[in-house]
Design a protein. Structure first.
Lengths: 165, 164
């Protein structure tokens, strides 16, 4: 009984209903994994220790449909398309003044506690104000030399979504 | 029997249509082929010889019009640059890596009727230099023109996605 069920599951009869169901499942999978939950393979160490090199995650496109990005959110940023993206943390919103002093983050002149940063940093970055329609993003790995780290203000429309975990 | 023949004919027509669409020469295909040189000649193995490096740099430089407008705000390179200078710069950048690979992703090409085109893509550079892994990603906006039957880069801009 169990064998015949397994056999039917693995090698089903190619009836019209089965083919239709299979096509619907394929179509749903394509829509979900290309438009709603985009798979991400993490390359690089700029978000360590929160996200390790070689890790896997999904970009949830609906993250900012009903809400605005907030400080501390980890977001996926697109370049010319979705194939290559950046994973960064928002540290400043439009109008905020962002500054690093000896590795410590100051937003609007106030020191910000960053529990996600575990590596010592000596970054110094003069205060700058985030322009309207933009957010300021940076990676969690501050042990990387400042001139070799991708950070800065980015247009909010380049945010593809947030990460699932 | 008749329906079987119809299916075969329809399949043949479909395959022919796909092949025609895929392999018919077009400006877009010519541009993609030109830009593929960046990936091919950008690739570097640790055993690469100097003469090979020079040849590859020349191949990439030949994609640029002479002169070509470059806009790399972060490196303070803004202006018209002769092909020779571009070639020297490519040679220098490649020399700073022991091994490297270049990939172009998400390419969109808008061709106008005046034999010009605007290309947008993401360029990704991965390699090793001075004993450590290097990875860099940029968005590229390029203008191309059909000059003497060849699509050449007339203006190249590194789009500042993240502004410090």
């Amino acid at each position: 009984m169990a064998t015949s069920r397994l056999r039917r599951f693995l090698m089903p009869d190619l009836k019209r209903r089965f083919v239709l169901r299979l096509l619907l499942v394929i179509l749903a999978a394509v829509v979900v994994f290309t438009q709603i939950l985009i798979p991400l393979r993490i390359e690089g160490r700029s978000m360590e220790p929160t996200y390790d090199d070689g890790g896997f995650n999904f970009c949830w496109r609906g993250r900012y449909l009903l809400s605005e990005p907030e400080r501390g959110d980890v977001v996926v940023i697109r370049f010319a398309g979705r194939r290559v993206t950046l994973l960064k943390r928002i540290i400043g919103l439009a109008g905020d003044t962002v500054e690093f002093r000896n590795g410590s983050l100051f937003v609007n002149g106030q020191w910000v506690k960053e529990p996600y940063v575990r590596m010592p940093s000596d970054w110094n970055l003069a205060a700058r104000t985030v322009e309207p329609g933009k957010v300021y993003v940076v990676g969690d790995n501050r042990a990387v030399a400042l001139d070799r780290h991708h950070l800065g203000q980015v247009e909010q429309k380049r945010i593809l979504g947030g990460v699932v975990w | 029997m008749v329906s079987g023949k119809v299916v075969v004919v329809v399949l043949i027509v479909l395959v022919a249509a796909v092949c025609t669409f895929r392999f018919w020469p077009s400006d877009e295909r010519a541009i993609r082929k030109q830009l593929a040189v960046i990936e091919e000649s950008g690739f570097k193995e640790p055993t690469e010889k100097s003469i090979e490096a020079l040849f590859k740099a020349k191949q990439i430089a030949e994609l640029f019009s002479d002169p070509c407008r470059l806009t790399v705000t972060s490196a303070n390179h803004v202006g018209e640059y002769p092909r020779k200078q571009i070639q020297d710069r490519i040679l220098m950048v490649r020399a700073s890596y022991t091994q490297a690979s270049v990939a172009l992703h998400d390419m969109t090409i808008d061709i106008s009727e005046t034999n010009t085109a605007v290309v947008r893509c993401t360029i990704r550079l991965r390699g090793e230099g001075r004993g450590e892994a290097i990875a860099d990603v940029h968005e590229l906006r390029a203008e191309m023109g059909k000059i003497d039957g060849k699509w050449l880069l007339t203006a190249v801009e590194i789009v500042e996605v993240l502004e410090r």
